[in-house]
Design a protein. Sequence first.
Length: 329
Amino acid sequence: MTKYGSFPGARPRRLRTTPAMRRMVAEHRLHPADLILPAFVREGVSEPVPISAMPGVVQHTRDTLRKAAVEAAEAGVAGIMLFGVPEDAKKDAAGTAGTDPDGILQVAIRDVRAEVGDDLVIMSDLCLDESTDHGHCGVLDADGRVDNDATLERYAEMAQVQADAGVHVVGPSGMMDGQVGVIRDALDQTGHEDVSILAYTAKYSSAFFGPFREAVGSSLKGDRKTYQQDPANLRESLRELALDLEEGADMVMVKPALPYLDVLAKIADEVDVPVAAYQVSGEYAMIEAAAEKGWIDRDKAILEALTGIKRAGANMILTYWATEVARGL
């Protein structure tokens, strides 16, 4: 052994020496086609309405939504997930606006489809919470509890009207037992066999949804702990996954993303269908708020968070930064 023998022969740092070297050996990289833009459209407004807890995000008018869809398509974003916000006067216990062919979400689907055609994958939230006066994701029984099976009937109607409006993918987010199977049957029986289902397979009852409730004008009182998943549970997600796949899910999702990267990684290892993750409103708000305080580098934090979600196994990421990030990439 020479006097230099004690120095390491293997030096991982050699592959970190320059930006070009790091780029060449990167194991994961974001691409615009990985990204899906969630977007809110509000009925009865003539100007976009800023969402105070989500700086830079708005409730769109029909016109500004069309513009946002075009911008996303031009940036190379893969898809847009639409959420409709009906006027308060149109909310009722059954969420009638959600199954009205002229309800704001169905109108928005037709608007975006007419504007961008198939250049964006047009997705729609299939849930009743935006259109019920009680704010829950389903209809209530006589005791005020969410009635799972009665809600499934409403979801079947929603699937049909959204498909009739021209949606490519429905995203049932209510976490009702059996929702994927009922929606698949409803789509197939009404001639919409080609409409895909993005199952919200592991949607947790999360504190990180807080700003979203402002975004959709939620009327919710109480919580959704009886139907959304307990944050303490992982194995339960695998049971939900097996059921969704058996019922015909084309893609599956974990929501939120960053607090549940272990769940995302486990599900990605288990399946042979595309896996999505939703970087939710609270994740967005934390980075924006810390950046506004000057505590973190905003742009680097955004990319680091998104890269972490992809590294954990997501094929697709729903993020409010989709168009901005796609342009940068």
